[in-house]
Write a protein that binds this ligand. Sequence first.
Ligand code: NAD
Length: 486
Amino acid sequence: MAHDHQDLLNGLLTDLWIGGAALPASDGGRFDVSDPATGEVVASVANGTVDDARSAVEAAAAAAGAWAGTAPRARAEILRRAFELMTSRSELLAHLISLENGKALPDARGEVAYAAEFFRWYSEEAVRITGSVSTAPSGANRIVVLHQPVGICVLVTPWNFPAAMATRKIGPALAAGCTVILKPASDTPLTALAMAQILAEAGVPAGVVNVLPARRSGAVVSAMLEDPRVRKLSFTGSTEVGRLLLKEAADHVVNSSMELGGNAPFLVFADADLDAALDGAMIAKMRNAGEACTAANRFYVEAGVADEFGRRLAGRMAALAVGPGCDDGVQVGPLVNLEAVEKVDSLVRAALDRGATALLGGARADRAGYYYDPTVLIGVAADSPILDEEIFGPVAPIVTFADEDEAVRMANASEYGLVAYIYTQDLARGLRLSERLESGMIGLNRGLVSDPAAPFGGVKQSGIGREGGHEGVLDYTESKYVAVQW
Ligand code: NAD
């Protein structure tokens, strides 16, 4: 189904969503949202102010008591309806994501399905938040543990998964009985506002979910963290901004969850099923054109199979159709903005300057819009910045290793620890490496790990806390201990 921009934007919220009402910014300000495929402005959105941030906290506080007191089954059914509404509008939402983020429609459709699943999963979790009763070791009393909603939550999300990063936070927060203020990335506020509309239609009461698009993210988020009623900050974005926000949260001792950057190693052993490794590599590298925190950032391939792997990966990547994300048949869309293209380009140049060879691509795409050609680099020197920084683009640097110990040493030589991928047919080796690799998640003979039913998150500077699974809902609760004598 083709969607014209105007069709897509008709009836879509472009104001702030506070207390169940669409409101302009307090100073009347707005900012532009553009289509990365062309650079053209497609919409303008209200630019939330510090005063608006305070109003949003006020609205979340006014709704908090009633929402925490709403029966878990009622909260569950609202989330379930939100899942159904998202699913029934998946085509429209996919086009909207593609319009403001640039990703190709197959990726956008995948994101909508993944994002909606968080509402379904947490509708199921809402009625399963159990506490515990035990006898104190002394036998003197009972220990009762309750899981209560943590309170008002500030949710800050990135542009690369505008729907899924929002639902991965809103789903568990609502299931746990919390009210929230979502501050979406300013490149992609339209999808977040569409989520607010869907949640309202599903029956979320006014003030339970507030959405505050804002260009002045620092000031707006600080204003919310300064309010003592805000008890939780859940952030997904870069490690750099995460560090800043953790410092601010420390001033108010606010409970914080951080889903930060990644630098995923992708290990291919000589005993791997090479066809499966290539399939996995294509997903881990090329989903979202590489703009994923879980994207394979560094390929470490055992010496005996490195040439074949590189050659075949280059062949697979060369066959992808690059173009505007919304066009039929396109598999790789543009990157989100010019800055992203320039960053990828400078990382590739630095690798080439240090002696790498491009088996494919190696330069900016020769077309209007923010494109980078799919690229495969071999012989990448160890001191190349491309092995240390998130590429966030369709570039695969390949390094060879001699044995398991060398592979582990290189894979762990990073400040990040979000996800690592391992391809080997020796399951004992795979499990041994799963223990040795410093990362929160492992894809063992799989190029995709994200699943609403599993705990997603990183170690080291990739983050604190887990989203998804049962852990995800516990992140929005506080354990309360009652010592009882009966
Ligand atoms: P970013 O850190 O620039 O921005 C993330 C969000 O923080 C946006 O909403 C932005 O407006 C806001 N922000 C920016 N500066 C702020 C400040 N000073 N105070 C308060 N808020 C501020 O990240 P991005 O470029 O939008 O997203 C890409 C990054 O997100 C990558 O590093 C990627 O790895 C990471 N990411 C991580 C995960 C994960 O689950 N670990 C998932 C997706 C993306």
